[in-house]
Design a protein around this ligand. Sequence first.
Ligand SMILES: [Mg+2]
Length: 256
Amino acid sequence: MSFFRLLSTDFDGTLIGHPSDGRCSDSFADILRSHRDSGGRWAVNTGRGLNHALEGLAIFSAPVEPDFLLTNEREIFSRAADGSWTSHAEWNELCYERLDELFQTAGSVIEGICDYAARSPHVEIIEEGGRPIGLVTASEPVMEEVVSFIGRESASIPDFSFQRNTVYLRFCHIHYHKGSSLAEVCRILELDRSSVLAAGDHFNDLPMLDGRFAAFPCCPSNAIPEVKRTVIKAGGHVASRPAADGIAEAWRVFHQ
Ligand SMILES: [Mg+2]
């Protein structure tokens, strides 16, 4: 029996660890079955794009399919009865529009970041559709330096933000992230935060783990210290086990 109406789980580092065979663990499979049997919904809330997320889920081979896929930390797709994935156009189109506006107003900031990358052999800009959308660094210490630079460079553009996950960083609009996407799924399902469990392990998960959008935040033992601190501050559970086994542990603790 699941107390929760919705699970919002990150994928990499949260459901599959490193290293990992990419398969769903037995304990998490049990949780998913119980949750589904109680009528609960499951959203995979990931930084991956849609196709990459579907590839990961195919290997993961969970006993139930997710109902929602939240991709690139902002887009929402729902699973139709025939198993296909439908864009939640109302949200996604507004998100792209706001992002287009941002890329125009923050043009000089992004140019400055591109110049920084051009000067550093350890920072590479990622482009999509002919425009820079983010970057990758050679290491996490280099990412720290890049994040400090971007913080200074973008201070005058309040809507400019970024999502950071290990050595990857994506430019984004400050109002579109894993937390606001989760809130939109709750709006669709007519749920409030009090019946939502959210699980994540890295910086890009912080917006859904601070208690604003899910009353039951949790993280696996392998989560970064910033995530553990946020989860504790929000009254959630920091698991003693890694990846999906840790999320299954949190689910049981919340039910005690
Ligand atoms: Mg992760």
